[in-house]
Design a protein around this ligand. Structure first.
Ligand code: FES
Length: 209
């Protein structure tokens, strides 16, 4: 049984207002300003704001990241934390550079998802929910990835790997070790860009030296 992501006693404490350090980059501030124009009020931009924070804080949402989102949206810390902890796509604890998210829902399970998970555990020397000591890989299981016809399936960042076999897993791990693609931070950035129009992306790009 996988450990809960956060134990009550380990729940991060929000920084006091006077301790708040804003870490969003100039680009992130501009992205948030553009995204806010798409919504009737600031609260409605909570999800893209959390994606920006996940990218800006290196892949997971610290208490400081949640506090910054709360500050920038004019909401309470508790409200932002409530949203961030509701959705599994936001990481509340540190994760590796790559998240290996293996679907173990019924069709994938029947097609060998748990054999794939065990193979990954052996290959990486970690258990489900853990991160490799070099900080590269975090292994998790997820619910249906909506690709049941190509089971078993694993998501890594912004890509799905389908019809997995141990041989394919070897190739994928080798590829990820030698390329800067499909990282947790890149996925967060891709989600942010989805919330911007082409024109907004170009404008923001144009203002970055
Ligand atoms: S059950 Fe795995 S993609 Fe649907």
């Amino acid at each position: 049984m996988q450990d809960p992501l956060i134990r009550i006693t380990e729940r991060p404490k929000p920084p006091r207002p006077e301790e708040l350090t804003l870490r969003f980059s100039e680009r992130a501030v501009k992205e948030l300003e553009a995204i806010l124009k798409h919504y009737p009020d600031r609260k409605s931009a909570m999800l893209p704001a959390l994606w920006i924070a996940q990218r800006e804080y290196g892949g997971h949402l610290t208490a400081e990241a949640l506090a910054e989102v709360a500050y920038r949206l004019g909401r309470s810390y508790a409200e932002v934390e409530g949203v961030a902890t509701f959705y599994t796509m936001y990481n509340k604890t540190p994760v590796g550079k790559y998240m290996l998210e293996v679907c173990t829902n019924l069709p994938c399970m029947l097609c060998g998802a748990y054999r794939i998970l065990e193979y990954l555990e052996q290959k990486l020397g970690i258990k489900l929910g853990e991160t490799t000591p070099d900080g590269l890989f975090t292994l998790t299981e997820v619910e249906c990835l909506n690709n049941c016809g190509d089971a078993p399936v694993m998501q890594v960042g912004d890509v799905y790997y389908r019809r997995l076999t141990p041989e394919k897993i070897d190739e994928i791990i080798e590829y990820l070790r030698t390329h800067e693609e499909h990282t947790v931070v890149q996925l967060a950035d891709a989600e942010v860009q989805l919330h911007l129009s082409e024109q907004e992306r170009q404008q923001i790009e144009g203002t970055q030296g």
